[in-house]
Design a protein. Structure first.
Length: 239
């Protein structure tokens, strides 16, 4: 074997080793790059997942904050409603003297005293007055289909007359009747023989008064039997 052959073998081994090293290094670098890329993608995927979780948590937090605000508003409204009912209860529900008075009124009604009589007595209770007994009469209300008899009544020895007009009641088919509809507004005229007519307009019951001959005449009007207005009148010294 010559020296030249030895050098060639040496060179082949050398370059073979270099090539193997380069290939190995390339493989290592490639594996590292691939691993790095896979790691980067995995990291990005995790970051996206975390961002999605953060977004969902923030959205849920916003929902909870809105629900909390709504509950706070509802609680405040409920509190105000309770306070209002407590105020109305304290104002509207009778107690003490008012309750005793209400019980007496109910007792008198149960005993057969008329609503008109009690209303007059309560209305006149602010001062002692010289009053005559209550007169109760009724009259037919004038309508577009009726303006005949029994449409006027008189009080105070015929010194005051009372009459009225109203809308015709209707059948279920819409046909007008001769009698008036007590749920519709009526117009009532109270006319003293030597005074000015007092006109009451509205839905029943109504009340009004006139002064005639040194007396105040108070009138309570309510719906009576079909077609009628029931009038209760009381006369008291005036003033």
């Amino acid at each position: 074997m010559s020296l030249y052959d030895s050098e060639q073998r040496y060179r082949r081994r050398f370059w073979g080793g270099v090539i193997r090293f380069v290939v190995f290094a390339g493989l290592v670098v490639t594996a590292a790059i691939v691993s790095y890329q896979v790691g980067i993608e995995d990291l990005e995927s995790r970051v996206r997942g975390y961002q999605q979780e953060i977004y969902e948590l923030e959205a849920r937090q916003n929902e909870l904050e809105q629900e909390t605000a709504n509950l706070r508003v509802a609680a405040e409204r409920a509190k105000l409603a309770v306070e209002e009912w407590e105020r109305r209860y304290a104002t509207d529900v009778p107690k003490g003297d008012r309750l005793s008075l209400l019980e007496m009124v109910v007792e008198r009604l149960d005993a057969g005293v008329s609503v008109e009589r009690l209303a007059f007595l309560i209305q006149a209770a602010e001062e002692a007055r010289d009053c005559r007994p209550v007169e109760s009469k009724r009259f037919l209300v004038k309508t577009p289909l009726h303006s005949g008899a029994n449409t006027v009544v008189s009080f105070a020895s015929d010194a005051i007359v009372v009459t009225g007009t109203g809308a015709s009641a209707k059948t279920s088919d819409g046909l007008p009747q001769a009698w008036f509809d007590p749920l519709e507004p009526v117009t009532v005229q109270i006319t003293p023989i030597d005074g000015r007519t007092v006109e009451l307009v509205g839905t029943l019951p109504l009340q009004g008064s006139v002064v005639q001959g040194g007396l105040e005449h108070r009138f309570q009007l309510r719906a009576g039997a079909t077609g009628f207005i029931q009038v209760a009148a009381e006369s008291c010294a005036y003033p």
